[in-house]
Design a protein around this ligand. Structure first.
Ligand SMILES: [Zn+2]
Length: 90
């Protein structure tokens, strides 16, 4: 799993050199008076370099073929990685 994570981070930094190192904490969100939903919806991406989609479900058929480990990220993060919504589960 550690190896997979490393690979994932490497892929990320290669894919988007302008981006800073992938933060483990959320970017500072603007403080608003209105309480926002605490949990941002999670999507699932395959850590493989050839993966192109993010999935609404961890059990999507598109993820079954993933052999690089599945990561749960927010939609914004997934799109930042250049992923598109999976055609099967979206
Ligand atoms: Zn899918």
């Amino acid at each position: 799993m550690k190896h997979v994570l490393l690979f994932f981070l490497l892929t990320l930094s290669l894919a988007s050199p302008a981006q800073t190192v992938y933060p483990h904490h959320r970017p500072t969100q603007p403080r608003t008076t209105v309480a926002q939903p605490v949990a941002s919806p999670k999507v699932y991406v395959c850590g493989g370099g050839s993966a192109y989609a993010y999935h609404s479900s961890e059990g999507c058929a598109g993820l079954n073929r993933c052999s690089h480990g599945v990561n749960a990220v927010t939609v914004a993060e997934a799109e930042g990685m250049g992923r598109r919504p999976c055609k099967k589960c979206y």
